[in-house]
Design a protein around this ligand. Structure first.
Ligand code: TYD
Length: 141
């Protein structure tokens, strides 16, 4: 499952007036965008996220500054650096994610495939490990 977490390079239409990056739902990213939020003002030692989602897929883009995201599918872990405004990371549903190491100027833009629903967040890692094992078995059937 971790191999589904992928960097996406977005089209750029910059010219001598400056940069322009395009992210179209169902074109540049593999879902329709239903929700947008952004995170800034987090200190470097803060860890955000710390959850998995039953249904939501995300694309994370550091439109300014830098951060890191560690993804974990219950078996494997991978760390991505978010350090370019024209590169995003796609996260499928049911991966555990930690966002951390925020630069002072970090603005982390998040595009989501679903509206917010607190019920579809798993915020306890032990619970996640149990749920994801069952989920993997069911999706192999
Ligand atoms: P949280 O999911 O903990 O943020 P992060 O994953 O970035 O660390 O969200 C913080 C609070 O904001 C929490 O009370 C839920 C609320 N929230 C919404 O109401 N809607 C949203 O779309 C998001 C992402 C969070």
């Amino acid at each position: 499952m971790i191999e589904k977490c992928k960097l996406i390079e977005f089209p750029q239409k910059g010219d001598d007036r400056g940069h322009l990056v395009i992210v179209e739902g169902n074109r540049d990213i593999p879902f329709e965008i239903k929700r947008v939020f952004y995170i800034y003002g987090s200190d470097r030692d803060v860890i955000r996220g710390r959850h998995a989602n039953y249904n939501t897929e995300f694309v994370l883009i550091n439109v300014a500054g830098t951060s890191k995201v560690k993804v974990d599918d219950g078996t494997n872990q991978k760390i991505f650096s978010l350090d370019r405004p024209h590169t995003g990371i796609f996260l499928p549903k049911m991966v555990w994610k930690d966002m951390y190491d925020f630069s002072e100027d970090s603005v982390l833009l998040v595009l989501a495939s679903e509206h917010y629903d607190a019920e579809e967040y798993i915020r306890d890692y032990e619970q996640y490990l149990k749920v994801v094992e069952t989920w993997k078995e069911e999706s192999m059937e």
